[in-house]
Write a protein that binds this ligand. Structure first.
Ligand code: FRU
Length: 488
């Protein structure tokens, strides 16, 4: 049975999407069918296709009562919209269907696990959101909310865990056929991730605090937990103030060891997953051929309300990235399927960057560009390189590398945006070489540094006509460049 609320959302999106032309959307980044998008949800494989859901407010371009939008894909790049999957239409989720995840049961049913939000008036008269975990079972298009919802509520929480900040379940099936989920939470001690167990995906019990402390702020959102290259990764979305490499909202990647029998996680290192301004609330999936792929919400939550409500759509997801661990560090690479979108190729070798350089055939706003920068004298520390893109007479976004402090700086001050102006990323040149892969889409830039050891992501809303690219350097720097235009 489809509720009136869901029916209304489905009718609205079909009607409203007609006013959005293809040319108004990003070329290879996911955007909402209509209205507002935030976190990716329920990223999973079902019947041989990838299913992606997203936090969705179809009725305008700002955050509002949360629905789940839905799309399917065969390559994680070309998405076909499906009707909205969930609406806030029951007493336990009437104020929002917040983030969650999905899996496919061995019998072929598709299971969604999400956070139901309802408002409660406290004894002091104040209104607060109470958050519980809920299920919906479906066939890839229609999803029926489980009659036993909510399956996890305050009764199942340890004593000092918050019932107000208890959200974003990530579910998985273990090899022994039982189920686990991690949920974001907080206690007075700081942010934490709680682990729950279930024999069948429907009946859930609290197991333990998987990880938690004050280092990364007071609330940990959107946890994801998985094995990778012999290690285990816990990813959390957090707010950290006062970190020079952090704009406030970002994703931390904790690498450690997981004892499968005892369900314990021992952390060995922690690092930012993306040093740019706009990467948050991620979700990962295992591809059909065994690659672990991450997709994040490509927006700083703090600046997601600066645009007009009247826009027909707002919100983008990052390019899907393949994850690996090398020498104890997380690496990210744009998903290899992106190469199929490459068109015209332009190549230059050993271009000296002493003067301002603009290269024939190197311009545009939707492209994949690989640069190798070679510093002639690697002992000379006062060298730097600047790459400007999305450039016209008045505007540009720039990326500047300073040898002196081994720092890459992304600068949006002239990009015509009123968002946070830039971000810093520590990046070492190796043997006097720095490698950058820059992906530009109409409204974003993603920079993969030294083979994906670090990444910087930012949205850019400069007019599309600003498509210039230029290079300059202080010092003797030679550049190799390969550029491809990208097409749908
Ligand atoms: C992260 C988040 C989640 C929550 C959702 C609500 O961006 O705050 O914790 O489930 O957005 O839309």
């Amino acid at each position: 049975m489809i509720s009136e609320k869901l029916k209304k959302a489905r009718e609205y999106e079909v009607c409203r999407e007609k006013i959005i032309g293809r040319e108004a959307r990003p070329v290879f980044h996911m955007s909402p069918r209509t209205g507002w998008l935030n976190d990716p949800n329920g990223l999973s494989v079902y019947n041989g296709e990838y299913h992606l859901f997203y936090q969705y407010h179809p009725y305008d371009a700002h955050w509002g009562p949360m629905h789940w939008g839905h799309a399917v894909s065969r390559d994680l790049l070309h998405w076909e919209y499906r009707p909205a999957a969930l609406a806030p239409d029951t007493p336990y989720d009437g104020d929002g269907c917040f983030s969650g995840s999905a899996l496919t049961f061995p019998d072929g049913r598709h299971l969604l696990m999400y956070t139901g939000v309802r408002k409660e008036i406290g004894e002091d008269g104040g209104i607060r959101d109470v958050q519980t975990q809920c299920l919906a079972v479906g066939n890839g298009t229609d999803y029926e909310k489980y009659e036993g919802n909510p399956v996890l509520d305050e009764k199942k929480l340890p004593r000092d865990a918050s019932r107000y900040d208890f959200r974003d379940p990530k579910i998985w099936r273990k090899n022994d056929g039982t189920y686990r989920c991690v949920v974001g939470n907080c206690s007075e001690e700081g942010g934490q991730v709680l682990l729950f167990t279930s024999p069948d995906g429907f009946n859930w019990e609290y197991q333990k605090v998987l990880a938690g402390d004050k280092r990364f702020g007071m609330m940990w959102e959107c946890p994801d937990f998985f094995g990778l290259d012999g290690k285990n990764m816990l990813l959390i979305s957090v707010n950290i103030q006062g970190n020079p490499y952090h704009n406030g909202n970002g994703v931390m990647g904790l690498i450690g060891d997981y004892d499968d029998g005892a369900d314990t996680f021992v952390e060995q290192s922690a690092r930012l997953v993306d040093y740019g301004t706009d990467f948050y609330a991620l979700q990962t999936v295992m591809t059909t051929d065994g690659r672990r792929v991450i997709i994040g919400w490509m927006q700083d939550p703090a600046t997601g309300w600066l645009h007009s409500r009247e826009l027909p759509w707002y919100g983008q997801l990052s390019v899907p990235r393949e994850l690996s661990i090398k020498n104890g560090k997380l690496y990210q690479k744009p998903i290899r399927e992106l190469e199929a979108l490459r068109g015209e190729r332009v190549e230059y070798r050993k271009v000296p960057l002493k003067e301002l350089v603009m290269l024939e055939g190197v311009r545009g706003r939707t492209l994949d560009m690989e640069l190798t920068l070679v510093f002639a004298d690697r002992r000379k520390r006062d060298q730097n390189v600047t790459i400007r893109f999305a450039q016209d007479k008045e505007h540009c976004t720039s990326l500047r590398y300073c040898m002196q402090d081994s720092m890459l700086k992304l600068d949006r001050q002239l990009s015509g945006t009123n968002m946070v102006s830039g971000a810093l990323c520590p990046a070492e040149s190796v043997d006097g070489r720095l490698e950058l892969r820059i992906l530009l889409d109409r409204y974003s830039v993603e920079v993969f540094i030294n083979g994906g050891e670090q990444v910087m992501t930012a949205v850019i809303f400069t007019e599309q006509a600003a498509d210039g690219i230029s290079f300059s350097a202080d010092g003797e720097v030679l550049m190799d460049l390969v550029k491809y235009d990208l097409y749908q």
